[in-house]
Write a protein that binds this ligand. Structure first.
Ligand SMILES: C[S@@+](CC[C@H](N)C(=O)[O-])C[C@H]1O[C@@H](n2cnc3c(N)ncnc32)[C@H](O)[C@@H]1O
Length: 238
């Protein structure tokens, strides 16, 4: 999709789309399960308190976080590279009665096609740690954030359950390839600071938090506990 993107990030795009194929889901309605991550509620409250008009869930995956995020602004853009994922997400929005507030866009975090300074708040969950080039993704998210707007994102820590998954393979310190051939990078606070320094961004807030998730159909077949650095970056101005 985008020139200059390291090949592993580009090559992962069709793999992700396959992960949402009905055959892969084995009869389950979705890949990630229904409960939203707790921080989707928190982000929506933050966006609403700032009177956001247009917010973006990127990547939206198969839509578990869309119902709470829809409380964050009148218009919720839901973007992902996976059409299979967004087909499931659309049903989620129908069931939640929020379809009229959500605009789906097939888009790549490295090149969203959105205007500069156009989005009041961005929720970017469980993507940056999968990227070998999170720097360019963050640059793009920052470009489209309006001055005064906020990006909410996470980076898994080394205490995240994925590190001890029996099928994951370490390729370098804190870097792994999982059983679906997805790249996974785990961060501590210094790593996060270094990443943001590298792209010239300042942390607005950061916390370490853990939460439980149900099994993910065909991908992680057991209940598991994630741990992440959850951070916000605010665009200056506004
Ligand atoms: C682990 S899932 C997380 C989905 C969602 N944020 C959630 O919490 O349920 C990662 C998602 O990133 C999407 N993705 C992978 N590469 C992408 C890219 N370059 N741009 C946008 N989305 C991408 C995949 O299709 C997948 O839906």
């Amino acid at each position: 999709m985008t020139t200059g993107v390291p090949s592993r990030d580009t090559e992962a795009i069709p793999l992700w789309n396959n992960a949402y194929e009905p055959a892969q889901l084995g009869g389950a309605a979705n890949l990630w399960g229904d409960p939203p991550v707790p921080f989707a509620h928190t982000a929506a409250e933050m966006f609403a308190a700032a009177s956001a008009s247009v917010i973006l869930d990127l990547p939206c995956g198969d839509g578990r976080n869309l119902p709470p995020l829809a409380n964050g602004a009148p218009i919720l853009l839901a973007g992902d590279t996976s059409l299979n994922a967004m087909a499931i997400a659309e049903k989620v929005t129908d069931r939640a009665g929020i379809r009229g507030n959500v605009v789906f866009i097939r888009t790549d975090v490295f090149d969203t096609g959105l205007l500069d300074n156009s989005i009041d708040g961005i929720f970017c969950w469980d993507l940056l740690g999968h990227l070998t080039n999170p720097e360019d993704a963050l640059r793009e998210l920052y470009r489209i954030t309006r001055p005064g707007g906020t990006i909410v994102a996470n980076m898994w820590t080394m205490n995240d359950c994925q590190v001890s998954d029996p099928l994951i393979k370490e390729i370098a310190p804190k870097e792994y390839i999982d059983h679906f051939d997805f790249y996974c990078r785990f961060y501590d606070r210094d790593d996060l600071d270094a990443l943001l320094d590298c792209v010239g961004l300042a942390l607005d807030s950061v916390e370490v938090a853990s939460w439980w998730e149900p099994p993910h159909a065909g991908y992680r077949d057991y209940e598991h506990q994630h741990e992440s650095l959850i951070f916000t970056v605010k665009k200056s101005g506004g």
